[in-house]
Write a protein that binds this ligand. Structure first.
Ligand SMILES: Cc1ncc(COP(=O)(O)O)c(C=O)c1O
Length: 343
């Protein structure tokens, strides 16, 4: 039996328009390593969204986008301030530390978001040769806990970063979901809010493979192509990543996919609210729901559905929706919860 998945938007397949774009790009030979027409036009499309002067570089995955972005800004004695829940801290197997040599300075958070107050506590001992020197602040939008920074919250962090000679990096693996939640375009919550470098997600929003590093601050651009190659993130047949981005950023597909995923998350959260022994623990602002539920329910549901236990100590699960989640999947899940509780 096919298991319905609420495990991750990474479990989803490829959106048909994107698959078609890959197939359309598969007609002939084309120059390699990004010197092709698909890459040129995808970069133009990024510029329509983010501004005519941005630099855009495609990479294979989100870890690669984050690592190359951080490497472009930091020397190994410089540190990155981020949340203790950040993907770069928790889920990248130490790749940022290995490839950049930089220490991560962690700001504790219960909802995934960090604030200037928390950052200020990690930003210390500047000019002390015995201590790492803070040089980047990294935030995730949406956060790893499915919450969303407002433009003002980002601006506060950016202002603090810039007034203390630091850069602001945004891990936007799910930036589209955040933009949809806020009802804003992609530029207003990145460049216009003071972000210097963005990791922009494609895979979680309907692409097969590929993420982009978008550089807003031209002081950083010079070395990026060398860093990408050295980090093994330069695709020879880049046109197949570029064609996907072209499709994603055309006809508002990025927005439609994210809006659907967000709507499905809200629907699921609403349905879960009927159960007194299930407690949603985070505000549902993107396509993730965090909920505490009885252990026995988790065990039984996992026989039929893919999803992760996020915090084993308190039986907190993460349920994720994606561009192809169907309302019927949610109905089935909720029906099973009802039946299991009366069994
Ligand atoms: C916040 C965040 N950043 C980045 C990534 C990208 O990771 P990957 O290297 O698996 O593409 C993920 C994937 O789950 C993520 O949740």
């Amino acid at each position: 039996m096919k298991k319905i998945s609420f495990a991750s938007d990474n479990y989803a397949g490829i959106h048909p328009d994107i698959l078609r774009a890959i197939s359309d790009a598969n007609r002939h030979h084309a120059p390699a390593y990004g010197s092709d027409e698909y890459t040129a036009s995808a970069i133009e499309t990024f510029r329509e969204h983010f501004g005519a002067d941005v630099e855009v570089h495609f990479v294979f995955n989100g870890t690669g986008a984050n690592v190359t972005a951080l490497a472009a800004m930091n020397a190994s004695y410089q540190a990155v301030i981020c949340s203790d829940k950040a993907h770069i801290q928790v889920d990248e197997c130490g790749a940022p530390e290995k490839f950049t040599g930089s220490k991560l300075l962690l700001v504790p958070t219960s909802n995934g978001k960090i604030t200037v107050d928390g950052i200020r506590r990690q930003w210390r001992r500047l000019g002390d040769q015995h201590y790492v020197q803070s040089h980047i602040i990294s935030i995730s939008q949406t956060t790893e806990l499915g919450t969303v920074y407002t433009p003002d919250e980002i601006r506060d962090i950016a202002d603090f970063a810039h007034s203390h000679q630091m850069y602001l990096h945004m891990d936007g693996a799910r930036l589209s979901n955040a933009a949809v939640f806020l009802g804003l375009d992609l530029k207003s919550i990145t460049r216009d809010a003071g972000v210097d470098v963005l990791s922009f997600g494609g895979t979680k929003n309907g692409m097969m493979i590929g993420e982009a590093v978008v550089l807003f601050n031209r002081a950083i651009n010079g070395n990026f192509m060398y860093i990408r190659k050295q980090s093994m993130q330069l695709a020879s047949k880049m046109r197949f990543i570029s064609a996907q981005f072209q499709a994603l950023l055309t006809n508002q597909l990025w927005q439609k996919n994210a809006a659907h995923a967000n709507d499905m998350a809200l629907l699921l959260a609403e349905k879960l609210s009927e159960f007194s022994d299930i407690k949603v623990t985070q505000s549902v602002q993107g396509n993730a729901i965090f909920a505490i539920m009885p252990e026995v329910l988790i065990t039984e549901l996992q026989k039929k559905y893919h999803f992760y236990v996020w915090d084993e100590d308190r039986y907190e699960v993460r349920l994720m929706t994606s561009f192809d989640t169907e309302a019927a999947d949610i109905e089935a899940f909720v029906r099973d919860i009802r039946e299991l509780r009366t069994a």
